[in-house]
Design a protein around this ligand. Sequence first.
Ligand SMILES: NC(=O)C1=CN([C@@H]2O[C@H](COP(=O)(O)OP(=O)(O)OC[C@H]3O[C@@H](n4cnc5c(N)ncnc54)[C@H](OP(=O)(O)O)[C@@H]3O)[C@@H](O)[C@H]2O)C=CC1
Ligand SMILES: CC(=O)[C@@H](O)[C@H](O)COP(=O)(O)O
Ligand SMILES: [Mn+2]
Length: 385
Amino acid sequence: MKKQLAILGSTGSIGTQALDVVSDHPDLFEIYALTANNHVERLIEQARKFVPEAVVIANEDHYHSLKEALADLPIKIYAGTDAIAQIVESAPIDIVLTAMVGYAGLRPTIRAIKSKKTIALANKETLVVAGELIKQLALENKTPVIPVDSEHSAIFQCLAGETHNPIEKIILTASGGPFRTFPKEALCNVTLHDALKHPKWKMGAKITIDSATMMNKGFEVIEAKWLFDVKPEQIEVAVHPQSIVHSMIEFQDGAIKAQLGIPDMKLPIRYAFSYPNRLKYNGKKLCIEEYAQLTFERPDIGKFPLLGFAYEAMKVGGNMPCILNAANEVAVNAFLKEKISYLQIADLIADTMQRVSYIKSPSYEDYVHTDTEARKIAIEQLTVI
Ligand SMILES: NC(=O)C1=CN([C@@H]2O[C@H](COP(=O)(O)OP(=O)(O)OC[C@H]3O[C@@H](n4cnc5c(N)ncnc54)[C@H](OP(=O)(O)O)[C@@H]3O)[C@@H](O)[C@H]2O)C=CC1
Ligand SMILES: CC(=O)[C@@H](O)[C@H](O)COP(=O)(O)O
Ligand SMILES: [Mn+2]
């Protein structure tokens, strides 16, 4: 039986790579549903190629053009965020890949977990915002959450066969982003164009900016806490500019296991789809002799304060990581529109973290309310900076 997949965010960087993986294995996987937000032409192309049961466009303005373009095919067409949350519940779906960007991933992920679908989790913001709730729901519903994020997939792969061995320490590797070698004083002059030049990975715009501020690594620290049930002090970040070692775990006997490979998201996507099996791959692989040096250095929190904010938010807990995420989404969006400078991203987030009401044990409704409140405060701040 082919596994039936729902790809949320099929038009993005992870989504399109996931569809490549499906194309490589038509005998194993079938697309049940595709969802997107604005790239309607790309979604139409994908729908014509994979002929899924259903296609959903979050932005309702595109509904009619989508429906018209696919009128000759037996595909159900829906629009709106409610429809995305509903489609993941469809009985035939085995795996839901959460490859949409940002807070928008939270609600459909919860619905998919409650419907006992295996989650292939790329949308790290879901765990940043509501990690405790997601973990609890996944346990209650016995729903596997398989990481797609390269570092977490690496850790997950290293944990195979180690069920009875506790993790002593996680060493999350970071590329260091485009400004790794820049002196701190130079960061006041960097542009959007500079920040969008990731040294190793070709990704969507939002995560590329998160990598340039190292917010991405901060988010990944929080993501690791929830996925692997470790304390903040057990998670270390090592800057590894070659992006070949995708992360490491240290066990209590001092052994360190790592997963290596060229920077290619298709490997963690493929592994999440085929887990616990590995699929044959004949494309480009790591040739270790090409790397005379694999280097590791400590991150500079003075230069990348957002990484520090994430550790702080994780330690404070409650709705603080949700505030951090909302403020970051507003700030990155403003930076992408060139309304604020690179350094103002940190100012805006620090300010918002101080202003939003703190909730120690948030419910789902509290997260929704916190996200709204934090965005409002961050947007207000935009007008005064
Ligand atoms: N790219 C990568 O290599 C990696 C990404 N990730 C994570 O995966 C997620 C996706 O990243 P990436 O693929 O780079 O992002 P992209 O920006 O390339 O793609 C985002 C996708 O989400 C859709 N989308 C955007 N907003 C909404 C919304 N409000 N409702 C529904 N769908 C929406 C977009 O639709 P449309 O294009 O139609 O507007 C698009 O399909 C992020 O959480 C990121 O942190 C994790 C590790 C690596
Ligand atoms: C591919 C992937 O998983 C990204 O999250 C990547 O880690 C970003 O690179 P940084 O290490 O620069 O954040
Ligand atoms: Mn990553």
